[in-house]
Design a protein around this ligand. Structure first.
Ligand code: FBP
Length: 554
């Protein structure tokens, strides 16, 4: 494949490391805190994770490294959706390993967790790693969404670890994948498989965060990519003055991406699913929020604007939530009959006939495309594939209908011409921003230090991220600390708690304080393209979300 000039240039980029990690393995000591607890359901989790529960938080500090120095064999897995920086996690892990002992080996399990189960691995050597440094994508080894859950899958994973002589396996993934990592760590300890399991927080969605994980990697680059596109569209809208752009933004569940893009671009309307849920808003009420802005701007002669819509919105609208839950149950219970239908029309008819009450009425009222999209296959974790539901088009249709009513009543005299966009896949494989390139490299390097110290059931953690990289704090956090029990497929399962947008958090409050003005005036802000070279305040600036949640110390 021919390389672009930027790709060539990015090979030369040397990621910045926290100073504690830059002196080499021999100078990194591990400071351990006290026993830890999970965020909830402590007794149940203690019982489910007898070997891993309660381990201390680990912090890397300068000192005499107590790390294992023999040659190690480490496996790495990319799990779930692509996120910019994944290759740098692997590069950081590789460099740490080789620095620890030149004879160490890094194996890449191909195609996600399934690669471990089925023992499909490739050795990652220096030449391979060099080819992918500071580049986007997960194509070095591929990714997958296989969930390791059956006893057979666990046993096969253990067999792979034994056969390959793995000292550690590093799972780069989101909340579901890191939950899997915790289960695997527990299983390996119980079965005396001498292999550490270390997680790395990945997801553009930004919903794997807590006190110790300030951000998941990929969020920075993905939101900057979307914000560039939104800013460009805003400028086009303000120039042409004739279109309303409805932009759906990826983020399966949480609205962090939409909120971050709103803070960067100041659109006229940005919906936040968590707020819609908290207020118990119906689809009609959500529509009204948009209509109010369209009508107010039209009255000022501005028949243009920009609306941001989080991908997961409909799952947060209470009546849709009920409908989706009923659809999930129905598709699980009557799966054979459902799948026996010969085409989409048959499946939609079957579903419509199986539903009752308000869920049936809502389903019946939806446009044909949305009906079909709601019953597409779930992902292996049971999630509705919200990226494939055209919420932006549904909202355009709803707004058009409502504006027609208002016009008939004499309350609206503008013109409304809407265009639909969906930004998701465009941002997942961008060249990682300097922030993500540095952060990911540090996460990978830390993952190695955790493994070299024989720690298992930990997630690599880099904190103090709003400070310059040299001041970042590195270490590891026990995965069980982030867990609680949640109802999945009819039973209580231990899972890492997803971080949704907090309505009393600083990012939402900053947005809420400004949005009434943005809804009526044109306050667009144009972030421009990600800059890889130039002044640090332009090139290394983290997200608005991170800066609001973790203000820089003066
Ligand atoms: P992860 O949570 O695995 O990082 O994936 C996030 C995501 O990009 C969501 O934003 C999106 O809904 C989903 O993946 C799309 O999945 P797919 O790549 O399978 O279409």
């Amino acid at each position: 494949m021919e390389r672009s000039p930027l790709q060539e240039a990015r090979y030369e980029y040397a990621p910045k490391l926290p100073s504690v990690l830059s002196g080499g393995l021999a100078r990194i000591a591990v400071e351990r805190g006290g026993a830890t607890e999970s965020i909830a359901d402590r007794d149940a989790l203690r019982a489910l994770f007898p070997s891993c529960y309660g381990k201390p938080v680990a912090k890397f500090v300068p000192g005499a490294g107590a790390s294992k120095r023999g040659a190690m064999t480490v496996g790495v897995i990319l799990s779930g959706g692509q996120a910019p920086g994944g290759h740098n996690v692997i590069a950081g892990l590789f460099d740490g390993l080789k620095e620890g002992n030149a004879g160490s080996v890094l194996l890449g399990f191909k195609g996600g967790p399934g690669g471990l189960v089925d023992d499909k691995a490739v050795e990652l050597d220096a030449a391979t790693i060099a080819e992918y440094r500071n580049t986007g994508g997960f194509d070095m080894i591929g990714s997958g969404r296989t969930k390791i859950e059956t006893p057979e899958q666990f046993a096969k994973s253990a067999a792979t670890a034994r056969a390959r002589g793995l000292d550690a396996v590093v799972v780069i993934g989101g909340d579901d994948s890191n939950t899997n990592a915790a289960l695997l760590a527990e299983y390996f300890l119980r079965e005396n498989v001498p292999c550490s399991v270390i997680g790395v927080p990945k997801t553009i969605d930004g919903d794997l965060k807590n006190e110790y994980i300030e951000a998941s990697f990929g969020f920075d680059t993905a939101t900057k990519t979307y914000a560039e596109l939104i800013g460009n569209i805003e400028r086009d809208a303000a120039s042409a003055r004739k279109y309303w752009h409805f932009i759906k933004l990826m983020g399966r569940s949480a609205s962090h991406i939409a909120l971050e893009c709103a803070l960067q671009c100041r659109p006229n309307v940005a919906l936040v699913s968590e707020e819609v849920e908290a207020r118990g808003q119906t689809l009609a009420q959500v529509t009204e929020t948009i209509v109010a802005s369209v009508a107010a701007r039209a009255a000022r002669g501005m028949n243009f604007g920009v609306v941001l819509i989080p991908e997961g919105l409909i799952e947060f609208i209470p009546d849709f939530k009920v409908l989706i839950a009923e659809l999930n149950d129905m598709m699980a219970q009557k799966g054979d009959a459902f799948r026996a239908q010969k085409d989409d029309e048959g499946r939609v008819g079957f579903v419509a006939a199986s539903l009752a009450g308000p869920a049936a009425a809502l389903y019946g009222s939806l446009p044909a495309d949305i009906k079909r999209q709601l019953i597409m296959d779930r992902d292996p974790h049971g999630n509705v594939q919200v990226s494939r539901i055209d919420t932006e088009k549904l909202l355009i249709a709803m707004v058009e209908k409502r504006l027609a009513e208002l016009r008939a009543e004499g309350g609206y005299k503008g013109s409304f011409s809407a265009l639909a966009h969906f930004f998701g896949y465009e941002g997942r494989c961008a060249f990682p921003s300097n922030f993500d390139a540095d952060y990911c490299y540090a996460l990978g390097y830390s993952g190695f230090v955790l493994a070299a110290n024989g720690l298992s059931g930990y997630i690599s953690s880099i904190r103090n991220l709003s400070a310059p990289a040299s001041d970042w704090v590195a270490g590891g956090v026990p995965l069980t600390m982030m867990m609680n029990l949640e109802r999945r497929h009819g039973s209580d399962k231990p899972v890492i708690k997803k971080a949704l947008v907090e309505l009393d958090g600083a990012p939402f409050k900053a947005f809420a304080a400004a949005r009434a003005d943005w809804a009526v005036e044109t306050r667009f802000r144009f972030p421009g393209a990600i800059q890889y070279y130039g002044p640090a305040e332009v090139c290394d600036r983290p997200t608005e979300t991170l800066l609001l949640e973790h203000p820089r110390k003066a």
